[in-house]
Design a protein around this ligand. Structure first.
Ligand SMILES: Cc1cc2nc3c(=O)[nH]c(=O)nc-3n(C[C@H](O)[C@H](O)[C@H](O)COP(=O)(O)OP(=O)(O)OC[C@H]3O[C@@H](n4cnc5c(N)ncnc54)[C@H](O)[C@@H]3O)c2cc1C
Length: 419
């Protein structure tokens, strides 16, 4: 069967626009299909934090420069724990994270994709059906605002259509859903910046969580994720509850001196979803493949990274050098190897539970030991695999415990009084 396009990508947000840009640069003819008609549309229920792990990919792909030109702020993070602040290392070798509001980021990525030769962008077209060639996905069916239907054939269909992923459901791809035990409220504020600005501050109150993240335009996002017993006060008056919560934090940020810009946004249900991420003729990227708990700010960065892995893995097949299945297998392996161990930890904590004993040991030692804090930064910014982090952290935790035990014994020994 001849195809109109090599690839149809469903969803023109972070994952879809990035995959479209990178695949077209490798010579593929790409249709980028988005249900929202407005090229300026952006994701409203989202922070603006792009994890450090994605920065090398942004640099390689040439996306970093326009993102910085649009006003992105580069930050590191410090973390409040009941054992003290875990400060970012003075001289970190890791790239700083990026902060650019989605209202600037999404239209920028869409413009870059649409201007890339080989990309045809179809806005205002909702995918509500898939075309099959036997068991293989072979294209999509779309419906526009006027009810007109269209069929797009392609060798590869990419679901970049977010946490709910209609494409994954239509393709019958398996999903694993883990419950989420916190709700979120947040708003942008202008006024006196928080103490560590431009760096971000996180409060791990365990099990409650709060963050103050500076971004472009001199704004700071104040956001908290709390267990559901705290919901009634936020339902009654979200702005008041948000301000009161931040004012009560240890080392509170200057929320009383700041003014809310825009509205307070909340979300009550954010289940952690993991899918595929591949099937015959189909691949998922971004939240469609893995929608993780926003507490750790990984979704945007992983959407960028997965788009690059997909383009690298499937470009040879789309150029006719090998069967598509080989490229899809390569993508699946890379995706799983890079993200699933992180996701297991993230989705475990997302239930709203308190830290377990191992997590308490890591956080408490990192608050006292700058060298462990540096390793913790590499892990928390998703630059290092959890297994490597644990292997490196255990000796430092053991040494720190031994020092504390020894110190406690010394101070417990009675003073010898000599005449
Ligand atoms: C409260 C909250 C705060 C967050 N904060 C952060 C943060 O600070 N940092 C971070 O890294 N992550 C954050 N995330 C996660 C982040 O929002 C996602 O990981 C990220 O948006 C994923 O991008 P994506 O391109 O995969 O999907 P999305 O951004 O969800 O985009 C999916 C696109 O698909 C389109 N679409 C859907 N269905 C169809 C269809 N049938 N036909 C055509 N188009 C369709 C949609 O219109 C949309 O444009 C947060 C999430 C939440 C809920």
């Amino acid at each position: 069967m001849s195809s109109d396009h090599d690839v149809v990508i469903v969803g023109a947000s972070i994952a879809g626009c990035t995959a479209a840009t990178l695949l077209a640069r490798r010579g593929a003819r790409v249709a980028l299909v988005e249900r929202r008609p407005d090229p300026q549309a952006f994701k409203r229920v989202c922070g603006h934090f792009i994890q450090s792990s994605a920065v090398p990919m942004l640099e390689r792909s040439g996306l970093l420069e326009p993102i910085e030109r649009a006003g992105a702020v580069r930050t590191r993070s410090r973390i409040w724990t009941r054992w003290g602040w875990i400060e970012p290392p003075d001289r970190s070798t890791l790239p700083a994270s990026l902060n650019l509001r989605r209202e600037r980021l999404d239209p920028l990525l869409r413009a870059i994709a649409s201007e890339t030769p080989g990309v045809t962008t179809l806005l205002g077209a909702t995918v509500d059906g898939l075309l099959f060639d036997g068991a293989r996905v072979a294209g999509v069916e779309t419906r526009d605002g006027g009810g007109r239907r269209r069929r797009l054939h392609a060798r590869l269909v990419v679901g970049a259509d977010g946490r709910q992923s209609p494409v994954a459901k239509l393709a019958g791809l398996d999903s694993r859903v883990r419950p989420h035990g916190r709700f979120v409220y947040g708003a942008y504020f202008e006024g006196t910046p928080p103490a560590a600005a431009p760096n971000g501050s996180l409060w791990f109150l365990d099990p409650q969580w709060a963050a103050a993240f500076p971004t472009d335009g001199g704004l700071t996002l104040y956001s908290c994720m709390l267990t559901h017993d705290r919901l009634p006060e936020f339902r009654r008056d979200p702005a008041r509850a948000l301000r009161a919560f931040f004012a009560d934090l240890p080392d509170p940020p200057p929320v009383a001196d700041s003014r809310i810009v825009g509205s307070v946004i909340g979300k009550l249900q954010m289940p952690n979803v993991r899918r595929g991420p591949t099937g015959p003729g189909i691949a998922l990227v971004g939240d469609a493949a893995l929608a993780a708990d926003p507490v750790f700010g990984v979704g945007c960065g992983w959407a960028f990274q997965a788009a690059e892995w997909l383009a690298d893995a499937t470009a040879p097949a789309l150029a006719g050098a090998e069967p598509l299945e080989v490229g899809l297998r390569r993508y699946r392996r890379r995706f799983r190897h890079a993200l699933l161990a992180h996701d297991d930890l993230i989705s475990g904590y997302a239930t709203g539970r308190r830290m377990n004993a191992a997590e308490r040991q890591i956080f408490s030692t990192a608050a006292r030991d700058p060298r462990l804090a540096a390793r913790f930064e590499a892990f928390g910014t998703r630059n290092v695999d959890p297994r490597r982090f644990v292997a490196a952290a255990m000796p430092r935790i053991a040494a720190s415990q031994a020092r504390r035990t020894l110190g406690a014994r010394r101070s417990a020994r009675p003073l010898e009084v000599t005449a």
